[in-house]
Design a protein around this ligand. Structure first.
Ligand code: 13P
Length: 250
């Protein structure tokens, strides 16, 4: 099974629209004619429009870092999938560990967002991953199974094709401690095995599972060489066009 790798930049709460535009200007020449991987930039909401305009015609796609699960309503401060679609956003990160940690997101709320994203044909990048205490207590597999089941609850196999899962061990995020290719690969096998049980072997076989957590230009090749790793979700190293360009061109 060949799965097209997906490499996404998660800029988190960094960059003004002007800085985002400057990034794109410097980044696009580095990935011109790059076809091997799907490349996605995920700026903050306020920079989505300028980034979408700046990447036009380049083959680079643009995703949001979050969205709400309802189409519209009295939800002050939230952003709807309709709004994202209307400006040309094609992807959305759901359930990032920082959303779970600081904004009370749970498998249940992430699951609701996933149903909504699929209904609106946004490509969801759904994040799972254990914290350090869970890994040290030997609970990694248990956590990954619980999160995978929780976020995928009620998704019919025939609607599951666009789903992308990102395995982001929380202890590797922003710490400089990357999971070894073996650790990441083992976790991806757990996730894929559970998806096979929930949604069938065909969906599991086609499912792209990205690794995220201190991906840098110097470890990208080793990670991406693992057959179980279908791409990367990059935080800190995606803020600089040269560095993200090197990762995309691993
Ligand atoms: P870092 O690459 O900065 O560790 O962040 C990973 C991440 O959270 C991407 O979503």
């Amino acid at each position: 099974m060949t799965r097209k790798p997906l490499i996404a930049a998660n800029w988190k709460m960094y960059k003004t629209p002007a800085q985002a535009q400057e990034f794109v200007k410097n980044f696009l020449p580095l990935v011109a004619r790059h076809e091997r991987d799907e490349v996605v930039l995920c700026p903050s909401f306020t920079s989505l429009s300028v980034v979408i305009a700046a990447v036009t015609g380049s083959g680079v796609a643009v995703g949001a870092q979050n969205m709400y699960s309802a189409d519209e309503g009295a939800f002050t401060g939230e952003i709807s999938p309709l709004m994202l679609k209307a400006i040309g956003t094609t992807h959305v990160i759901l359930g990032h560990s920082e959303r779970r940690q600081y904004f009370c997101e749970t498998d249940e709320t992430i699951n609701r967002k996933l149903h909504t994203a699929l209904r609106h044909e946004l490509t969801p990048i759904v994040c799972v991953g254990e914290v350090l205490a869970e890994r040290e207590a030997g609970k990694t597999e248990e956590v990954l199974l619980r999160q995978t089941r929780g976020v995928l609850a009620g998704i019919p196999p025939e609607h599951a094709a666009p789903i992308v899962i990102a395995y982001e061990p929380v202890w590797a995020i922003g710490t400089g401690k990357t999971a070894t290719p073996q650790i990441a690969s083992d976790a991806h096998k757990v996730i894929r095995g559970e998806v096979a049980k929930l949604l069938g072997a065909e969906v599991a076989d086609k499912l792209r599972i990205l690794y995220g957590g201190s991906v840098k230009p110097d470890n990208a090749t080793a990670l991406m060489s693992e057959s179980e790793i279908d791409g990367a979700l990059v935080g800190g190293a995606s803020l600089d066009p040269q560095s993200f360009g090197k990762i995309v061109n691993y």
